[in-house]
Write a protein that binds this ligand. Structure first.
Ligand code: ZN
Length: 258
């Protein structure tokens, strides 16, 4: 019998305390909704133990290693060298999340760029995809990647909310775009951009516990909500749910070399 198509949540911070407290329930609810794999991007030094604890308990979860741009401060070099040692200790499926965030705080932008540069170099040396956070900084992130793309880099612009031109630049770089709850929001421009872009480099994500899809706005987002994103993409592309599932899972498997 053919295996059930599984969905992959390529970006979920399920080690955050609110979810971690009942992690077993969240993982089973994900499985009941066909989400058979959950990728966890790291945030900072304090999230590592919680993330690895989950990965050790639940074989459907996978860890990544990196420093989130909103957690880059003056000590980032020390933090990064501590993180880098982890690559010698166990396997990770990606580097991140890294990138640049100009929404919350612009005072550490130089440090964010330097930390992003170092993590792109890790992605190259570890042969892993790089998970990019590009809030209010998408052109900067595209530029930094394109200056460093020698054909060996791949990765994902997570929570992509750019326009058609940016989507094309990302695709031309050989990178993927992560699509989540935002595509279900009423005034989102994303459906239009996605129709232009196509599905060939689209992967699914929740960014849980943030950005829940309609009809769960205002609640905690969780991997089990991925099917709402699938349903919306089905409407946007006029495709069956099963086709969206198969395509996005194939893309995620390619991106993460599963
Ligand atoms: Zn994130």
């Amino acid at each position: 019998m053919a295996a059930q198509p599984i969905l992959i949540d390529t970006h979920a911070h399920i080690y955050e305390d609110r979810i971690l407290a009942e992690i077993g329930t969240y993982i089973s609810r994900a499985s009941e909704n066909k989400v058979g794999m959950i990728m966890m991007p790291n945030i900072d030094l304090s999230s590592i133990d919680k993330m690895l604890f989950i990965e050790d308990q639940y074989p459907t979860t996978k860890s990544m290693m990196g420093l989130h741009p909103c957690h880059v401060f003056d000590d980032f070099k020390t933090v990064l060298s501590e993180m880098e040692e982890w690559f010698g200790k166990r396997n990770f499926v990606g580097v991140g999340e890294t990138g640049i965030d100009l929404y919350w705080d612009k005072s550490f932008v130089e440090q964010q760029m330097a930390a992003f540069d170092i993590q792109i170099a890790w992605a190259r040396s570890q042969r892993l995809p790089v998970i990019i956070h590009s809030r209010e900084s998408i052109d900067m992130c595209i530029e930094m990647v394109s200056e460093r793309q020698d054909g060996s880099l791949t990765g994902v612009f997570h929570c992509f909310t750019g326009d058609e031109i940016q989507a094309k630049q990302i695709k031309d770089l050989g990178f993927y775009i992560g699509i989540g709850g935002v595509v279900t929001y009423k005034n989102s421009e994303l459906p239009k951009v996605l129709i232009d872009n196509g599905l060939s480099n689209v992967v699914l994500e929740t960014d849980s516990p943030y950005l829940p899809p309609v009809p769960h706005r205002g609640k905690l987002n969780e991997p089990a909500f991925i099917p709402y994103v699938v349903e919306k993409l089905g409407e946007v592309f006029q495709l069956e749910k099963e086709q969206i599932e198969a395509l996005t899972t194939k893309n995620a498997s390619q991106l993460f070399n599963l």
